[in-house]
Design a binder for this molecule. Structure first.
Ligand SMILES: *Cc1c(COP(=O)(O)O)cnc(C)c1O
Length: 386
């Protein structure tokens, strides 16, 4: 039996309780792979929600430098940050529609930001908008083919074809409901509806595919594809091997090691019981940092894991707000000690992996990535200041 270390060991004031490494080279490689797949259609980048939690300014800069000239965001604040980071050249589309307010209109005009118009009212409002300074930016029109969130219906689009033409959109777009399910008949139906809705608007560029859409057998690329998730290493088809490179890596130092006897429990509500004398590692990352509280093993499902000195180790008990306890009993490496960095996300434990172990999707893991992490951006093989 291995000799266990003293009951508790602590390290003095750690520099940071966790580090998020964002590999901008992998981000760019993923964009290039998607762009090559969709060619001759152009490839945009969806960088809403702080570039899916990875950092909107570094992502916009790296992608623009790689040749990406179209970005999609959800909020005006995001659009303004992309304009500042990526310079005057790229087209920036604002997905969440037009807010018909003088300040918003002025900001769109000043920043050359293109609203995605999502209703007949918004199309009319944009038609009537005459900025006092500068020229009215271009716009996109969203067509609803089944999502029933935003967009003009198919019949509405046909009826309003003349009005839409007057506003000279640079893009007609729609969005898939279930493209991550390759065989879902809804994919085909949406493609047909989009074709029908846009038939009376020839010559205007069209866009349909998100990340998973780029891998559909129908190749619904039209003129522009709009990947988000896959850029950040997410698997476009979670039940198949992932063609994308991982972009995020999350590491945290062990703050304390402790031993418990068989029968003792760990954490809130005593959800984990030691089946043997166990060694536990405590790290300063919790659900407030985006590791789901649900990332806990149950009778039927494996829970969250961390890699500790090369060994996969399960979380012990519930994830707390700021703390996770890891069962490191099986780690035989003598280097195990406070200060050792454990890996929570890497190319083995992916965002999709953590998501499925937490009963959510990788999109939610990425966009919940904590604000308390020390962030390191790697570009051209070198770390860059955030
Ligand atoms: C978020 C979003 C995308 C990107 O989708 P992914 O599945 O992340 O690739 C594309 N288009 C629209 C309209 C979106 O809202």
């Amino acid at each position: 039996m291995t000799r266990l270390p003293p009951l508790t060991q602590s390290i003095p004031t750690p520099q940071a309780l966790a580090t998020l490494h964002v590999d901008l080279d992998a981000l760019v490689a993923n964009w290039r792979l998607l762009a090559a797949r969709a060619a001759p259609a152009a490839c945009a980048a969806v960088i809403k929600a702080d570039a899916y939690g990875t950092g909107i300014a570094p992502a916009a800069q790296a992608l623009a430098a790689a040749g990406c000239n179209t970005f999609f965001v959800a909020h005006l604040s995001e659009a303004l940050r992309v304009r500042e980071a990526a310079g005057p050249a790229p087209a920036i589309y604002l997905l969440n529609g037009l807010i018909d307010h003088a300040d918003t209109l002025a900001a769109l005009t000043h920043g050359h930001i293109r609203p995605v118009l999502v209703s007949p009212e918004q199309v009319r409002a944009w038609t009537n908008y005459r900025p006092r300074h500068g020229t009215r930016p271009s716009c996109a029109v969203q067509i609803d083919t089944g999502m029933n969130r935003f967009g003009l219906g198919v019949i509405q689009t046909e009826t309003l074809a003349e009005t839409i033409r007057e506003v000279s959109p640079s893009l007609l777009m729609t969005h898939f409901v279930s493209s991550e399910y390759r065989d879902d008949p809804l994919n085909e139906r949406q493609i047909e509806r989009f074709e029908r809705a846009t038939a009376r608007l020839p010559g205007i560029p069209r866009s349909m595919a998100n990340s998973s859409g780029i891998f559909l057998p129908q190749q619904p690329f039209f003129d522009l594809v709009r990947p988000g998730y896959a850029l950040y290493g997410g698997n476009p088809f979670p039940d198949q091997p992932n063609p994308m490179r991982p972009v995020v890596r999350l590491t945290a130092p062990i703050l304390q090691l402790r031993e418990v006897e068989a029968g003792e429990t760990v954490g809130y509500n005593a959800q984990w019981t030691a089946k043997r004398r166990s060694r536990l590692a405590v790290i300063g990352v919790g659900y407030a940092d985006g590791i789901p509280r649900n990332a806990m093993a149950t009778e039927t499902q494996p829970g969250g894991e961390a890699i500790v000195l090369g060994t996969r180790c399960p979380f012990a008990g519930r994830v707390s707000m700021d703390i996770i306890v890891i069962d490191v009993t099986d780690v035989t490496d003598a280097a195990l000690a406070p200060g050792v960095e454990v890996e929570l996300l890497n190319d083995v434990i992916t965002v999709d992996d953590l998501a499925s172990r937490s009963k959510t999707i990788g999109y939610e893991i990425l966009t919940s990535l904590g604000r308390r992490y020390h962030r390191v951006y790697v570009s051209q093989g070198r770390p860059t200041p955030p």
